[in-house]
Design a binder for this molecule. Structure first.
Ligand code: G3I
Length: 347
């Protein structure tokens, strides 16, 4: 009896916390996005979206933001000159609409996955600089207009800076000169004035020369009044490398220029075979990346580059590496998935 009285007294003496101080842990990533206020997205494999009902179900349950992994790239949407193939991109946008997902458009100007008619035309001189500029303007205008009002953010230029901090010598730079970047943003803005326009790159999380050049470029563009609104950090990480510990500070430096920032393509690969220890380390990389994003007010989106090891670019590109995603091949959550659910926005 004495004990009961003591326990009751203790309960009464403890000041009640408001319900919001200890919300229930989120049940899935969609709820985590709601609780933290950051958009949580995934890249989407359109063939899987069409053919695999389990893939579709999990994608639509977990994610409130999506990016086409390949379907909006130039070779996908205009494989032959003047022949537009929008079916895959339309499928993604329509699925997003039905499932209340916002969309990142990826990507308007890149040096990879260009159609052969374009690269060979430039190489053999049948497309000169004046025509190339017009082709780029038409491409951006056509694609951005088609999805006007349906794309939250566009990766306007992708991977334009080299690892050593020089501007990447792409077909665009070589033939059009550095002004193509400002032009691309202006054309995209004209076609959809409400879309957020991003510069996007990998290794921007840690590589000093790339960071400095990209910051200088953004400053210059802003000074010229170019409509650039965001910096995207792809975040292709591997547990065999140190976690980029300065990432949040780098995000802040871009935010200080007036940009929003986003994690646009996160995955965390490992050297195979998979072990419980490696999965535990991978979980810390994923949760640190989300914590970094949540520690920067301007970080609006946290997107993974595919959510399941069943469809991941990693094994095809890095021999002997894999298991980079949050869910395994059978769509079972890995420790990294559970670790994300426990990340809180810092007070
Ligand atoms: O479309 C062809 C298909 O017709 C053919 O049958 C098949 C045979 O291999 O290849 C298909 O093309 C592949 C394409 O993905 C579409 O699935 C290419 O071989 C393959 O190289 C291509 O890889 C993509 C890669 O970009 C190309 O650069 C990856 O799926 C995609 O995840 C990756 O994504 C990039 C981001 O856009 C930018 N940041 C880096 C990221 C990872 O590399």
């Amino acid at each position: 009896m004495k004990l009961l009285v003591l326990a009751l007294a203790l309960v009464l003496a403890t000041p009640a916390l408001p319900a919001s101080a200890h919300p229930r842990p989120p049940r899935d990533l969609r709820q985590l996005a709601q609780q933290t206020g950051v958009k949580i997205g995934s890249a989407v494999d359109i063939a899987a979206l069409r053919a695999e009902s389990d893939y579709r179900k999990v994608l639509n349950r977990e994610f409130s933001h999506v990016t086409a992994e390949n379907a909006m790239k130039w070779e996908s949407v205009e494989p032959e000159r003047g022949v537009f193939t929008w079916a895959d991109a339309d499928t993604l946008v329509e699925n997003a609409r039905r499932n209340h997902q916002q969309v990142r458009g990826h990507t308007l100007v890149w040096h990879n996955q260009l159609p052969a008619w374009l690269t060979s035309g430039v190489a053999d001189g049948s497309i000169d600089a004046t025509e190339l500029r017009k082709i780029l303007r038409d491409h951006i205008t056509t694609q951005v207009r088609r999805y006007k009002g349906k794309i939250r953010a566009w990766d306007v230029v992708n991977e334009v800076v080299e690892e050593d901090g020089t501007m990447r010598q792409t077909l665009w730079l070589t033939h059009l000169g550095p002004g193509y970047i400002a032009d691309a943003f202006r054309w995209a803005h004209k076609a959809d004035p409400h879309a957020k326009l991003y510069i996007n790159d990998y290794n921007l999380e840690w590589n000093a020369p790339k960071i400095e050049t990209t910051l200088a470029l953004v400053k210059e563009l802003r000074a010229q009044g170019v409509p650039i609104h965001g910096a995207g950090f792809q975040g292709h990480l591997g547990i065999q490398y140190d976690y980029p510990g300065d990432w949040a500070n780098v995000m802040r430096r871009f935010a200080d220029l007036g940009l929003e920032v986003a994690v646009t393509e996160l995955d965390v690969r490992m050297v195979l075979p998979v072990t419980p220890e490696k999965l535990a380390t991978q979980a810390t990389y994923y949760s640190r990346a989300l914590s970094d994003c949540l520690s920067v007010r301007a970080c609006r989106e946290f997107t993974v580059w595919g959510y399941t090891d069943r469809h991941s670019w990693v094994p095809g590109w890095f021999e002997g590496e894999g298991s980079a995603c949050l869910l395994d091949e059978n769509l079972a959550p890995k420790p990294a998935y559970r670790a994300l659910l426990n990340v809180k926005r810092p007070r």
